[in-house]
Ligand binder design. Structure first.
Ligand code: CTP
Length: 218
């Protein structure tokens, strides 16, 4: 049997205002990279679409480096149809500056109020076009009403699974080496994964999804 093909996004996106300023978020990419390495170790063929992070490039994984949300969308849309599983662990910026300057803006010219425009929702668009045989996984980065918001996103984005991630605590989520999440499926399954190193959390997430995928296939 050919290996299962897994497309994973990780890290933040950067929305440039000019060559020395951007809007972004504190995502370190550690969760997405941990998922990519675990998927590789499970024998999957993995492609990692990564925003700017300070992590070593994992061996045995195809890498696509991107910066902005629009770059990430382009890269993922191009690859999407060739993959069995798509996991969006990236913290995509929802907005970008309406205009970006090729030259550094002197402070006198920097707008007092930056006009913003919405970035596309990459995951939601994938949910609209996924085939029956594809599996789509999202993350929900929340500070409150964590499970309620995650369940809502699972439905709204037509996902198979969502990883509910409470990012309000300093010892888990975003830049931390550890995480604690709840994995929720479209079939109503909910599995709590307790605080542990992101590599262990990644293993638990992927093994739970794989088990259910195998059960569905037989
Ligand atoms: N996502 C995406 N494109 C965006 C924003 C988010 O693909 N423009 C994906 C993320 O990769 C994640 C999921 O959607 O898998 C949920 O992201 P999150 O930031 O939790 O929620 P949003 O959909 O952006 O909603 P909100 O910010 O209103 O909570």
């Amino acid at each position: 049997m050919p290996p299962l093909k897994c497309l994973i996004s990780a890290g933040p996106t950067r929305e440039w205002i000019d060559p020395v300023r951007f809007i972004s978020n504190p995502s370190s990419g550690k969760m997405g990279y941990a998922l990519a390495k675990e998927a590789r170790d499970m024998g999957f063929e993995v492609c990692l679409v990564s925003g700017p992070v300070e992590l070593p490039k994992p061996i045995g994984i195809e890498m696509v480096d991107v910066e902005s949300a629009l770059d990430m969308k382009r890269a993922i849309d191009e690859k999407f149809s060739f993959y069995d599983w798509v996991i969006m662990a990236a913290a995509v910026c929802d907005h970008r500056s309406e205009s970006s300057s090729k030259i550094k803006l002197p402070k006198e010219h920097f707008p007092e109020n930056l006009s913003m425009t919405r970035n596309p929702d990459i995951l939601k668009d994938l949910g609209k076009k996924k085939s029956k045989s594809q599996l789509l996984v999202g993350f929900a980065a929340e500070t409150h009403m964590v499970l309620e918001s995650a369940r809502k996103k699972l439905k709204q984005k037509n996902l198979d699974w969502i990883v509910a991630n409470d990012v309000s605590k300093t010892n888990q989520g975003f830049s931390s080496d550890q995480n604690a999440v709840t994995l929720i499926s479209s079939n109503g399954l909910e599995k709590q994964i307790y605080l542990a190193d992101k590599s262990i959390v990644a293993k638990e997430i992927l093994h739970a999804i794989h088990l259910s995928w195998l059960e569905k296939a037989h």
